[in-house]
Design a protein. Sequence first.
Length: 160
Amino acid sequence: MRIGALLLGALAAIGLQILPAAAQERFEVSLIRTIDGDTARFRVDGVDTRVRFLAVDAPEMGFRRSGGRIVQDPAAYEAGATEATRFVDRMLRNAQVIELEIDPARPGEDRFGRLRAWVWADGVLVQEGLVRHGHAEIILLNRRMLHHDRLRAAESGVRN
């Protein structure tokens, strides 16, 4: 478990986007802060790491970058953002074990420098819960991704 996180940190430090098989396992992290329904900050081997939850899009809380800082922007707030953020925050804060899982089909960081990962709270896939409870939509999901079928099943449960 620790080896996967160490490899992840080393690869991120040198900017590599492709992870070896050993880094594709789940590795334990601790929550620093929930940003919104699809982004959080975790401590990964002692490093504060921003993580973008793979394959889901939750409403935005209304933040933007300004002069290298993150500032609140009420005009950017989207309906449902508070509920999605609270849902994720409850899942993560109440979890005894939080794990990240890097998907070989979508490794590395997004355009904002956030690590892309599947997020697990006590063995429950956070993205699946977000979709099942109507707090997020599926985005950028393809059949090669690890949890494609789980998310599609959660999505069809919301529609029925």
